[in-house]
Design a protein. Structure first.
Length: 301
């Protein structure tokens, strides 16, 4: 079994590509720091993004949500003067209605995730890292923001001074999370945002400790040539004083990292990455290029 620490889209692409190339069981341990409540509904963007990708129903143009989506409910909500900056599509709403109903009836996030993935034919096991509250928060120039306020409402364009994870000190790992990390033949860190996708996973009791005990986790750099393919990872790293390249990512992960995979374009950083204390593998890391995915999976598998 292979355990993959996951944010959203980058992780979804990796899991999907890997599943096509292996018969080994894959378990995704998924960030919940982006989770939010809107209009009384519980929304889990990373879990849903991965679920929609793995069931082949994701919206490629938007980069989130469902394919063939319509927005009639949002138009109606706008007419009523409701909040519409966080857009919930008509089809996507069914997921949030289902999840919210089940949570109110006493089910856990893990149980609801199992139900939704089974219904949508997803065969990779997805586990929220915790069933407890864990909220990524930002201190910014314009005050404190939740993840979705920062990311969607302000389009990740507000300078960030600090990031923290509310509830992390009390967040217990969801059932099966630590066992998966202990028992996995390999633990892989997806090319997700280190500061807002992977860090919240590490904050959950026991996760960092298991990775340190193992000492062999393999991380794929989300930065190529100092840039994130998607999202604000590069910007956030700069604002928070990290070196904005694969070396900065490796240094951030150094206490528990075994191997760092860097892209061919960053081959010149090989020895600097290695100097942070990990092994280094140079491979293609562009997940929309089948030849590079073949090379990547061969390198980390
Ligand atoms: N991202 C946006 O840029 N705008 C939206 O209106 C938006 C709505 C939304 C609704 C449900 C959902 O599961 C995700 C949604 N996202 C939206 C994406 C999401 O907020 C972020 O991409 C992730 O949280 C980052 O990993």
């Amino acid at each position: 079994m292979i355990a993959v620490l996951c944010g959203g889209v980058g992780a979804a692409r990796l899991l999907r590509a890997w599943q096509e190339r292996t018969s080994e069981e894959l378990v995704g341990i998924v960030n919940v720091g982006d989770d939010t409540e809107m209009h009384g509904l519980n929304i889990c963007p990373d879990l849903d993004s991965i679920t929609y990708h793995l069931s082949g129903q994701h919206n490629e143009e938007l980069g989130w949500g469902l394919r063939d989506e319509s927005w009639r409910t949002m138009s109606r909500l706008e007419l009523l003067g409701g909040e519409t900056w966080f857009r919930l599509g008509d089809l996507d709403l069914a997921t949030h209605l289902y999840r919210t109903g089940r949570l109110r009836a006493g089910a856990t996030k893990s149980e609801v995730t199992r139900e939704i993935t089974a219904r949508l034919g997803v065969t990779i096991t997805l586990r929220p890292v915790s069933d407890d509250r864990l909220e990524t928060r930002f201190a910014t120039e314009i005050g404190e923001l939740s993840f979705q306020e920062y990311f969607v409402r302000h389009r990740h364009s507000v300078p960030v001074q600090r990031i923290w994870f509310d509830g992390a000190d009390r967040a217990r790992p969801a059932p099966g999370v630590l066992d998966a990390l202990r028992d996995a033949r390999r633990v892989v860190v997806a090319p997700s945002n280190p500061l807002v996708s992977i860090d919240p996973l590490l904050e959950v009791t026991g996760v960092r400790e298991v990775l340190s005990e193992r000492g062999d986790a393999i991380a794929i750099s989300p930065l190529i040539d100092g840039r994130a393919l998607k999202g604000p990872a590069d910007r956030l790293m700069r604002e928070l004083g990290l070196e904005v390249n694969a070396v900065g990512v490796a240094r951030h992960y150094a206490p528990w990292l075994g191997t760092m995979v860097i892209d061919h374009q960053d081959a010149s950083l090989r020895s600097l990455v290695g100097a942070t204390g990990c092994d280094v593998v140079v491979a293609g890391t562009l997940l929309d290029d089948p030849a590079q995915v073949d090379e990547l999976v061969a390198a980390i598998g």
